[in-house]
Design a protein around this ligand. Structure first.
Ligand code: HEC
Length: 188
């Protein structure tokens, strides 16, 4: 879904903590946990069918790339990790097949926080490719973990209509959140 990323990455971050303060799960947020699905709504049905289709296709490709990265990472195949990380970063379909109007529709249909999670995953995939170029195995593992957190954070917040097992999942508030957002949050 990195169709969002370029235009949304640097917008002022919406503060998760504010949202929680206004909700009944404020206590959880105070503990550093979030029950995002308690307040977030599934996004799929708000997307026009064309975009839904593209998003789904992209997700399937991202998952495949992640699996290939996992396998390559274990074996020190840095070039494969770099290539697949880069392919997630560059994204497949979207650059080619989205019109400006599609992009606007997308941004209008999903919440800011969804866009932030998307942008963060985008960033992480670039970091992963960098770590691979540097042949830094530890950083690859760390970054892969962060990416996995972002998958679960977004799915548990916005895709519970399909991934029912993630409904009500209590996960650390910072999952899917960039360092910058984390800092903004601790500053209050
Ligand atoms: C910003 C939100 C977001 C992030 C981050 C995210 N996803 Fe998704 N993902 C979605 C949405 C929305 C759907 C539902 C698409 C649909 O069914 O229309 C989805 C669906 C999927 C599916 C199901 C595809 C299918 O239809 O078979 C897979 C697999 C998937 N994601 C993998 C991943 C992986 C792997 C990551 C992390 C590397 C990830 N996603 C990160 C939002 C996200």
């Amino acid at each position: 879904m990195f169709f969002f990323s370029m235009s949304t990455r640097y917008e002022a971050s919406s503060c998760r903590r504010k949202r929680f303060a206004a909700s009944t799960v404020g206590v959880l947020a105070g503990l550093g946990l979030s029950a995002a699905s308690a307040v977030a709504e599934p996004v799929r049905q708000d997307l026009p069918p064309k975009l839904q289709g593209l998003l789904k296709q992209e997700m399937i490709q991202i998952e495949k790339a992640m699996q290939e990265i996992y396998s390559a990472m274990l074996k020190g195949q840095h070039a494969v990790v770099a290539e697949k990380g880069q392919s997630i970063h560059d994204s497949f379909i979207l650059e080619q097949s989205l019109t400006d109007e599609d992009r606007r529709d997308l941004k209008a249909a999903v919440p800011q926080e969804f866009l932030h999670m998307d942008a963060y995953l985008h960033e992480l995939s670039a970091s992963l490719a960098e770590a691979a170029h540097a042949e830094d195995a530890a950083r690859q593992v760390e970054t892969f973990g962060r990416m996995t957190e972002a998958c679960v954070a977004c799915h548990s917040a916005y895709v519970t209509d399909r991934f029912e097992g993630l409904e009500g999942a209590v996960i650390p508030a910072e999952w899917g959140m960039s360092m910058k957002e984390r800092e903004d949050n601790t500053e209050g």
